[in-house]
Design a protein around this ligand. Structure first.
Ligand code: IVH
Length: 529
């Protein structure tokens, strides 16, 4: 008699796979999970164990494949049946208006053209091939005609459906196409990127310069088990070859893809005139810094598929689309010198003095180097050519040194053993990256303490700005925050660029600041820790 336990648990495996596919879809595509992460993990564990015991029953599109497959020795390449083209770039409104004008000319019409506008995701283009509803192949864009086969790596990305949604249990709407080639962008979000770099650092590995590089490095791993550990995501934005998917517009395509279980970016808008496209670009530029992933522009696409066909493409790019680029947030420049600033609590902060460079409309001349460890970690020297990054209102930072630009003339920067302002000894406390000037009467510290004391969130003394505080300390009039309340009109009037009226106003503001909430008062004292 055969023992019950030897019978392959086909239906149990099938049951688990179906459930896991469904919950994956609910979590990643619908953003509406129905079970807890731990419940999902338990089911996954059970499935993996069953597949291990019954290797004959394992399948490439099983949800368990998301943990990676045996490593490859090299990537095979594959031809894209329809080339994966590039996009023409536009850099200002006039480029986009010219694009619209050219389209009307090409189509010989004066009718308004309607566009879809999408965030231009800063990742890597990929093509996913589904045969009878199952993911069978995935490749990088490569040179546009030939890409690398990265199927195993793509399978590890949770937001990639391994089986099309309509071919799953709730197949109500769309018939599973025999063939479907889907195109999209694989990227890494900011949270995942930060976590990955923290991990790399902890394991003494190189950190990635930006999420795009991290995504590229992760996607091109020969060992998909490594890719499986990387927080990659996908948004899809187009279709290559397909059978029986009928649509009249690009927007309809996107809606169908969404129904089939693909992740579509929620900021995409359709039915826009060229004027509305420009408006969309403005709105998205403002949102850019608050998005959880990098975008580098807006992709504008003629919505009607019929018009797209009439317009066609050059060998490089379609005539029906343009990338309206945002200003870059990273630029390269040279470190001319490194200076040391002394802060309110005596912390010495090294600051790179840069050859001026314009980043997204702002002239950048300085970047913080944070502390000694950061300089060591990034191996920064005076004279280095570096990659600088600016985001929103934050202080520009050095991403990395461009080592290939080293000449050998670069100079090592030693942190000073004495405070560059007062000459006092500096100490580095245990478990701290910061070096401090121990002299609490150090003029640099006094200045910064008074600036903080007078600032908006503290005593809010109008007119007592940074320049004025610096003069008061340098002339020996103020040596502490309390000295502010002893200032008189004669002392103020004697300062550079100070008239009688301004001096009066400052005294009034000082007087007004004496009435203060306890919270602001405590904050203004700037007590350490
Ligand atoms: S459509 C023929 N849509 O931009 C049209 N591309 O410069 C091809 N990209 O290789 C692409 N977001 O990697 C399209 N919403 C989007 C996109 C997008 C990012 C990338 C893609 C492509 C590159 C072209």
């Amino acid at each position: 008699m055969q023992k019950h336990i030897d019978r392959p648990p086909v239906s149990k495996i099938e049951f688990l796979r179906k459930k896991l596919h469904k919950h994956n879809y609910l979590y990643y595509i619908k953003d509406d999970p129905e079970i807890s992460d731990s419940e999902y993990d338990r089911m996954m564990k059970e499935l993996i164990e069953l597949e291990k015991s019954y290797p004959d029953l394992s399948r490439p599109d099983s949800p368990s494949m998301r943990v990676g497959a045996p490593p490859l020795s090299a990537f095979a390449t594959t031809e894209h049946t329809i080339p994966m083209l590039s996009l023409d770039n536009g850099f200002d409104d006039s480029d986009v208006l010219a694009f619209d004008k050219k389209i009307k000319k090409n189509l010989d019409t004066s009718d308004e053209i309607l566009y879809t506008a999408e965030p231009k995701l800063d990742g890597l283009a990929v093509e996913l091939v589904y045969e009878n509803g199952r993911l069978t192949r995935a490749s990088t864009r490569g040179d546009g005609t030939r890409g690398e086969l990265i199927t195993e790596n793509i399978r590890t990305i949770r937001s990639v459906p391994l089986i099309l949604h309509s071919s799953d249990e709730s197949s109500d709407e769309i018939k599973t196409p025999a063939l479907l080639e889907v195109r999209g962008e694989v990227f890494m979000g900011h949270a995942g990127f930060k976590k990955l770099n923290r991990n790399q650092l902890a394991n003494h590995l190189n950190i990635f310069a930006n999420p795009r590089n991290a995504a590229a490095g992760s996607l091109r791993q020969l060992d998909s088990k490594i890719t499986a550990q990387r927080p990659l995501e996908i948004f899809v934005y187009g279709i290559g070859r397909t059978t029986n998917i009928l649509a009249e517009s690009h927007w309809e395509y996107l809606c169908i893809l969404k129904k089939l279980g693909f992740r579509i970016n929620s900021l995409i808008k359709s039915g826009l005139t060229i004027k509305a496209v420009i408006e969309y670009y403005r709105e998205l530029s403002e949102k850019r810094d608050s998005l959880p992933y990098d975008i580098d522009g807006v992709v504008v696409k003629v919505d009607s598929l019929k018009l797209q066909q009439s317009l066609g493409a050059t060998s490089r790019s379609p005539r029906w689309a343009i990338a309206y680029k945002f200003a870059a947030v990273q630029e390269t420049t040279k470190i001319i010198n490194i200076e040391v600033q002394v802060g309110r609590t005596g912390v010495l902060t090294p600051v790179a003095i840069l050859a001026p460079v314009n980043i997204a409309g702002v002239n950048v001349t300085r970047a913080t180097l944070h502390n000694e460890d950061e300089i060591k970690r990034k191996n920064i020297k005076i004279g280095d050519t570096v990659l600088i990054q600016r985001a929103g209102d934050v202080i520009p930072e050095i991403v990395k040194v461009i080592n290939s630009r080293r000449t050998g003339d670069e100079k090592f920067f030693p942190m000073p053993a004495n405070c560059p302002v007062c000459g006092a000894e500096v100490v580095r406390e245990k478990d701290e990256a910061a070096v401090r000037c121990v002299n609490t009467d150090c003029p640099a510290q006094v200045k910064e303490r008074i600036k903080h004391f007078a600032s908006k969130a503290a005593f809010d003394i109008e007119g007592l700005g940074d320049k004025l505080v610096e003069q008061l300390v340098e002339k020996g009039i103020c040596n502490s925050c309390a000295d502010i309340f002893y200032l008189n009109i004669e002392q103020l009037k004697a300062l550079d660029r100070m008239g009688a009226v301004s001096a009066e106003n400052i005294l009034k503001a000082i007087d007004k600041s004496k009435k203060i909430s306890f919270f602001r008062f405590i904050y203004g004292l700037g007590i350490r820790h």
